[in-house]
Design a protein around this ligand. Structure first.
Ligand code: AMP
Length: 200
């Protein structure tokens, strides 16, 4: 099972990714979490990544691709994975295609969590005060949303054209969204796609 989850900042990707990963018994891999884990490291690269993230910009493709490639080589990815927040640029899409091709693997579905932008800003401001994320300041939020629109939203069309996109309304309670999401994935499985029932 090889899944991607996409959506604008604040759409709730991380929360839903954990649930989907558990359901299909595959690791939910968040590039944002991996970059945040570099926070304590005293290397020039770690510092550069922290500065980029705090500003709400994207980490360079070469760095991101490298981090993901190494992670996908881990044993726990042998049966699949759910990538949360990767790919985010067209270059990353191409790169991921190459990595998967080489390993004889293919993406089964791309989940798109859609939430309107007013709701997103209020969610992010709330999260900034509760989770202490330094990129949840109003200025960084604006940058992240713009970068998403410019660089990541076009990816939805790429995956739609490939017949992989599963669109889910991300508005509402977390449990409601999870239900919607599994219903959409089930429907896709029922329509003859490669998706099959999960582990739980
Ligand atoms: P997230 O936790 O997914 O919202 O990601 C937080 C931040 O990590 C983003 O705003 C970027 O600075 C960086 N990041 C995460 N994933 C990527 C990616 N695929 N490409 C570039 N930067 C990324």
């Amino acid at each position: 099972m090889h899944l991607l989850i996409m959506g604008p900042p604040g759409a709730g990707k991380g929360t839903q990714a954990g649930r989907i990963g558990a359901h299909f018994a595959v690791p939910a891999i968040s590039t944002g979490d991996m970059f945040r884990a570099m926070r304590g490291l005293d290397t020039p690269l770690a510092k550069q990544v922290q500065e980029i993230m705090a500003a709400g910009a994207y980490v360079p493709n070469e760095v991101t691709n490298q981090v993901v490639t190494e992670r996908l080589l881990s044993d726990d990815c042998a049966k699949g994975f759910l990538l949360d927040g990767y790919p985010r640029t067209l270059q990353q899409v191409d790169y991921l295609d190459g990595v998967l091709d080489e390993g004889g693997r293919a993406i089964d579905a791309v989940i798109s969590l859609a939430v309107n932008s007013d709701e997103l800003v209020s969610r992010l401001i709330k999260r900034g005060s509760s989770a202490g994320r330094e990129d949840d300041t109003p200025e960084a939020i604006r940058t992240r949303q713009q970068v998403y629109v410019d660089q990541t939203a076009p990816l939805l069309e790429v995956y739609r054209d490939r017949g992989l996109l599963v669109e889910v309304d991300g508005l509402g309670e977390v449990d409601e969204v999870t239900e919607r999401l599994f219903a959409a994935l089930d429907q896709r499985a029922g329509s003859g796609s490669a998706l099959v029932g999960g582990a739980s």
